[in-house]
Design a binder for this molecule. Structure first.
Ligand SMILES: N[C@@H](CCC(=O)N[C@@H](CS)C(=O)NCC(=O)O)C(=O)O
Length: 336
């Protein structure tokens, strides 16, 4: 009511929170970044329908949640500069990248963060400092220990397990190898300004980059990705988006190996498991067995992706791109 600006409740260690913050910075939308620690819990709970961050509270005093609909709503309110590439094919691929980031990129981030002791303690101590800002010394260490314990018992939630760890880790390394050359000569994934796909993938990679293991992998082997990660903290217009023909040589390998080869078959199997009420599902990804408990939220976002595909106006240009990269079949399937 009395607030003129938006409020974003989040934390630095939450990939979806920084994704939204980076978007607000890019659009120069007046906002306040509020760390959701204990002192803000009461306000947070007043507006949040789900116990999830980020939460955006609008100047009209309405709470918004879920980063993808938040960005969509804000694009309606602040259309310029648009985060949707002008070329419809680039625009669709950007949507795929956002979904990939939110879902498979989150497996990278979450799995690596809680898989090795060095990463577990690094994240647990930083989270402890947010949750108990007054604590220090042994008290903080005990809080961090509790967080670590809780989180390592929750990794199954994103599908991290001894069976899936090699697949998750290999796709992370491949993602870096493929994207680094793509970002050598351009500041953002779709040209000289950030697109929806940048924000989704970036939130996860920025967070992974703050953890010891992924941080070292990125800094050592992927200097262009490292530069993009830093650039995306405060993104800005540096020129135009590129058309699909210019992006294709270095983005198609990512579409093929990671999105068509892993993410979409995983997402399809996940959606089916939800539909048939399975407790656990198996799927072969690039010849490797993968299994996990289904993730409910992601079934909805696959349905949305399929609707976007169905409504896409220029299929004669898009279909060959999706066909070559092994994405088409997954998008043409009905969800229900
Ligand atoms: N689909 C949601 C996911 C949000 C989400 O999973 N947030 C996590 C942190 S990254 C969370 O709030 N977990 C519970 C907590 O931290 O209290 C989005 O895009 O905003």
């Amino acid at each position: 009511m009395e607030n003129e600006s938006y409020r974003i409740f989040g934390v630095e260690l939450s990939p979806y929170s920084v994704k939204v913050r980076s978007y607000f910075r890019y659009k120069q939308i007046p906002h306040e970044w509020i760390i959701r620690g204990p002192s803000e819990m009461e306000t947070f709970q007043r507006y949040a329908k789900l116990p999830l961050i980020p939460l955006v509270v609008t100047p009209e005093d309405v709470g918004l949640q879920d980063s993808t609909p938040i960005l969509e709503e804000m694009e309606k309110r602040y259309p310029e500069p648009s985060i949707y590439p002008a070329d419809p094919v680039s625009r669709f691929v950007s949507t795929l990248f956002e979904e990939f980031g939110d879902e498979w990129g989150n497996k990278w981030m979450f799995h690596f963060r809680w898989a090795r002791e060095v990463d577990q303690w690094s994240a647990a101590r930083r989270l402890g400092a947010v949750m108990a800002p007054e604590a220090s010394g042994d008290a903080l260490e005990a809080i961090a220990g509790g967080i670590r314990e809780r989180m390592i018992n929750r990794v199954w939630f994103v599908g991290s397990s001894p069976t899936t760890a090699p697949i998750i880790e290999r796709t992370f390394v491949r993602g870096l190898e493929i994207l680094d050359p793509h970002l050598t000569d351009r500041p953002y994934l779709f040209g000289s300004r950030p697109a929806l796909g940048d924000f989704g993938l970036w939130g996860q990679l920025y967070n992974a980059g703050t953890d010891p293991t992924c941080g070292e992998l990125i800094r050592k082997h992927s200097p262009s990705i490292q530069a993009w990660i830093e650039r995306m903290l405060t993104p800005r217009v540096e020129g135009e988006f590129e058309g699909w023909e210019a992006l294709s040589p270095t983005l198609t390998p990512f579409l093929g190996e990671l999105i068509g080869g892993h993410f979409l078959p995983w997402s399809d199997a996940n959606a089916k498991a939800i539909e048939f009420n399975q407790d656990i599902f198996q799927v072969e990804l690039a010849g490797h067995p993968y299994e996990q408990k289904p993730q409910k939220y992601h079934a909805r976002s696959l349905a949305q992706l399929r609707q976007n595909y169905a409504a896409f106006p220029e299929k004669e240009r898009l279909n060959p791109v999706l066909q070559t990269s092994g994405c088409l079949d997954w998008l043409q399937r009905a969800t229900d």
